[in-house]
Design a binder for this molecule. Structure first.
Ligand SMILES: [Ca+2]
Ligand SMILES: [Ca+2]
Length: 270
């Protein structure tokens, strides 16, 4: 708890008055472009890096004087969805460059591996109110980064469809990078526009494949991730040749399985 308190102080999170004898009400806020968002919640003990919250509410004050408070129900937050990292859960950023900041709330849906989620509250001019977009990232949280410096941050996430896919256990599952951009309520996959990240993935996944093979672990998942990246970079012919030469005649059925998964997921053409 002491460590938690120090961490919270470092993150600029303020503790409010205790709501009950057992739990405290915490608030944290973020602001940009005349929009201020404040998150308030009761942090349920035990306190750790991830905190289960109750009574969570998000208040957004817009530059035109509109104030809207979204409670758990408005945010489509079920009890299982309401785990957050205090001090890191909230961001106010203009995601699509229309000069209107969006509010992003990151949370975790309390399983052993899965799932990280983002809730994006965005101002809809025709509706005159904030609308909500819920995105589920899976086992790996998304990071907001402006990868190309155009002022609009991208969500750097991973392809969650690889979880447990192609015969992999949770520990052996490999997640290729997947980049998303937000615009007026819509999410679009823009991984192809960011080849540097995919190239990094590609060499990492190849090294991982060699290691898994050495260690006698299942390799279909990591090979699938490697080839997925190759398709994104339009280097699949070279990559397949490399895979075939490394695998030889050991397991043609596995290679066919990888190909059909990559077709199913839209990496490879039919
Ligand atoms: Ca915007
Ligand atoms: Ca950008």
């Amino acid at each position: 708890v002491v460590r938690r308190a120090a961490l919270l102080a470092a993150a600029g999170v303020a503790a409010g008055a205790p709501a009950t004898g057992l739990a405290d009400t915490w608030t944290e806020s973020a602001a940009a472009g005349g929009v201020t968002a404040e998150l308030a919640y009761v942090a349920e003990p035990p306190l750790s890096e991830y905190v289960r919250t109750s009574g969570l509410s998000l208040t957004i004050a817009r530059h035109d004087g509109t104030v809207r408070t979204l409670v758990a129900e408005d945010l489509a937050l079920e009890y299982e969805d309401n785990v957050i990292v205090p001090g890191e859960a909230l961001a106010v950023r203009d995601l699509d460059g229309d000069a209107e900041p969006e509010v992003v709330l990151d949370s975790y849906w309390g399983g052993a591996h899965c799932c990280f989620q983002s809730r994006i509250a965005w101002w809809s001019p025709p509706d005159g109110t904030y609308r909500l977009r819920v995105v589920t990232w899976g086992d790996v949280p998304a990071r907001l980064r402006d990868l190309d410096g155009d002022g609009r941050p991208e969500f750097v996430a991973t392809d969650h469809r690889f979880a447990y896919a192609l015969g992999a256990s949770a520990a052996d599952s490999v997640f290729p990078v997947r980049v998303w951009s937000f615009s007026r309520g819509r999410m679009t996959v823009v991984t192809r526009r960011h080849p540097a990240l995919v190239r990094r993935d590609l060499s990492r996944h190849w090294r991982l494949y060699l290691r898994y093979r050495r260690e006698g672990r299942a390799v279909a998942n990591v090979l699938g991730a490697y080839l997925a990246g190759a398709y994104v970079l339009d280097r699949e012919r070279v990559a397949w040749a490399r895979v075939r030469s490394a695998e030889g005649r050991r397991n043609p059925r596995m290679l066919r399985g990888i190909r059909s998964a990559l077709i199913r997921w839209g990496y490879a053409p039919r």
